[in-house]
Design a protein around this ligand. Structure first.
Ligand code: AMP
Length: 214
C-alpha cells in the first residue's frame, strides 16, 4: 500500500498513521516527526526547521523535498509506505510525483481526514506531548494517569509551541491556502478517498481500512 494521509493539523493523522502503518506493514514517514527528531538532535536541519515550525509556517520546499527524497531512497519500501504530513502544497505534490515515477512506485491512494476548524482548535489547544517518547495526550480527552507525566515512559509532557492558540489559527490558514489545493489535485487524479475524522480512534481506523481495502 502506497498511501498519503492528508488533513488539517489536529485531524489525527499521526494517530491514524501509526494504526494504518501497522495494519499494512509499511513504514510511517512523518515529515513533522523527522523535523522534530532533528530539533531534538540539534542538527543543522533541526536548527533551520525550528523557526518555521514554531511560527506555524511550512519549512521551505527545497529542504523538505530533499529530506523526503532521501527517506524514500532508503530501500525499505517493498510493501509500500505511508506519508503523513507530506506533501503539503502543490509544489511538493509535483515533486513527489516525479520521485515516485523514477522509483516506479505510483501511489495507490490519498486518504483525507475531514474535520471542522472548531473541533481542531479544541483538540490541538489541549494536546500534550511526551518529551521522552513522543506519545500524545489531551488535557480533557486523553489524560495521563498522573498530570504532566507520560504513562508509557514516565517522561515529562509539554505543549508544542505550535499548539498555542494563535499559532493554531495561523496553521489553519496555511492549511487552507497551501495544503487544501492538494486535495483537489489528488481528487482530479482519481486517488482521493475521504473519511470523517470524528469518533473513536478505532472507529476511524476501521473506516480508513474499509475505504482503502485490505
Ligand atoms: P506536523 O507534525 O505534520 O503537524 O508538522 C509540524 C510542522 O513541521 C509544520 O507546521 C511545518 O512547520 C513542518 N512541516 C511538516 N511537514 C512539512 C512539509 N511537508 N512541508 C513543510 N513543512 C512541514
Amino acid at each position: 500500500m502506497r498511501l498519503i494521509l492528508v488533513g488539517p493539523p489536529g485531524a489525527g493523522k499521526g494517530t491514524q498513521a501509526v494504526h494504518l502503518a501497522a495494519h499494512y506493514s509499511i513504514p510511517h514517514i512523518s515529515t513533522g516527526d523527522i523535523f522534530r527528531a532533528n530539533i531534538k538532535g540539534e542538527t543543522e536541519l533541526g536548527k533551520l526547521a525550528k523557526s518555521y515550525m514554531d511560527a506555524g509556517n511550512l519549512v521551505p520546499d527545497s529542504v523538505t523535498n530533499e529530506m523526503v527524497k532521501d527517506r524514500l531512497a532508503q530501500g525499505d519500501l517493498g510493501n509500500g509506505f505511508l506519508l503523513d504530513g507530506y506533501p503539503r502544497n502543490i509544489g511538493q505534490a509535483e515533486f513527489l510525483g516525479d520521485v515516485l515515477a523514477t522509483l516506479k512506485t505510483p501511489l495507490d491512494a490519498v486518504l483525507e481526514l475531514a474535520i471542522e476548524n472548531s473541533e481542531i482548535i479544541k483538540r490541538l489547544s489541549g494536546r500534550r506531548i511526551c518529551r521522552g517518547c513522543g506519545a500524545s495526550y489531551h488535557v480533557l480527552f486523553e489524560k495521563p494517569a498522573v498530570a504532566d507525566i507520560c504513562d508509557k515512559c514516565g517522561g515529562e509532557l509539554y505543549q508544542r509551541v505550535d499548539d498555542q492558540e494563535d499559532v493554531i489559527a495561523h496553521r489553519l490558514n496555511v492549511y487552507a491556502e497551501q495544503t487544501a489545493p492538494i486535495v483537489e489535485f489528488y481528487r482530479n487524479a482519481g486517488l482521493l478517498k475521504v473519511i470523517s475524522a470524528l469518533g473513536d480512534v478505532s472507529e476511524i481506523s476501521a473506516l480508513a481500512i474499509s475505504a482503502l481495502g485490505n
